[in-house]
Design a protein around this ligand. Sequence first.
Ligand code: ASP
Ligand code: MG
Length: 420
Amino acid sequence: MAVVVMKFGGTSVANVERIRNVARHVKREVDAGNKVCVVVSAMSGVTNQLVAYVREASLLHDAREYDAVVATGEQVTAGLLAIVLQSMGLQARSWQGWQVPITASAAHGSARITGIDGSEILRRFESDEVAVVTGFQGIEPERQRVATLGRGGSDTSAVAMAVALKADVCDIYTDVDGVYTTDPRIVAKAKRLPKISYEEMLEMASLGSKVLQTRSVELAMNHRMRVRVLSSFVAPEAMAPVRLGQLEDIGTVVCDEDEIVESQVVSGIAYVKDEAKVTLIKVEDKPGIAARIFGPLADANINVDMIVQSVTPDGKHTDMTFTVQATELPRTLETLKAAKSEIGEFEIQSSADVAKISVIGIGMRSHAGVAALMFKALSDKGINILAITTSEIKISVLIDAAYAELAVRTLHSIYGLDAD
Ligand code: ASP
Ligand code: MG
């Protein structure tokens, strides 16, 4: 017997037919003797619609009322799934955040889970009742108001429920059957990874892979909770129920690196196209200049990613290149212009036609030459590198967007990731 949290995202519960399919996945686990807590998202598109209603009502609105509206999507799904499960002869009950209760901070719209009391759900496991919990929401205890966790927050709800119930695994069902070495739409030879470490998954999530919300991976890592990414589109009866020790037979298990016996030096190649590059040409090279450039950007809440500073031949000036989210480019340029009196004279160039390509792997900690191989492979294809950043387990380069797919395919192949 295992305790299993099963989370289903928007596309998995898109309509009542899809909810019936989810119920069959749940039934498979119950029939195998597992105890099940299901965490559901809103039906796909519903949260976007609810957010649109709020904005239409008033662009400036009370955050508590925004949450009162947008939390309803999950409530509909939870109730519908409980009804379908009951109609299949299973015992099931829906739970909204306040009923569990899941307590959350007062940061409405991006609240953090502060505690979960899973005792009643655990008690009902004894009589084989399935709990269907609304993702994305909790209750803020001070004012007793619904608080939502930020977009994609149901993943975090699921991991938090798994931790509270001391589950054996947190299964996240989505529309892909696992985490791949790279985007299969670009590289047909991309492979499903049976296992990936928390650290690598965090890098992938923060690089924009939408499979798991970054915060849910952090939470899983902190509590060493095994998370598995699976597809709800596989026929429910064709899948084996959860059996401990056999988790990696399907999907991708996100787990501690110690559990990964045969790890590759590089596990995956990620790319993002939504960055923009800004270069300040010929700024004065003296102490404090970087602070005067990046201080105002930080004050404006603009996230800067890669930074490269080069010295110009006269030794008195420098070029400063950095990247921001492409959507933040207009605000970045305005902020810099406004700070011109502090920064001093400079010319500015910017471009949104850039892509960031990253190679990720915990094996980099113990293997030299990973970066050199990357630079050589890109140069062999005539691809120019505009900026570089590294972390212990990641190397990212900024290149011309036109070469993004060529770069991803080239790197996927030289690091030995192509499927045969
Ligand atoms: N329904 C919420 C959203 O669309 C939460 C989630 O699906 O994870 O962001
Ligand atoms: Mg999601």
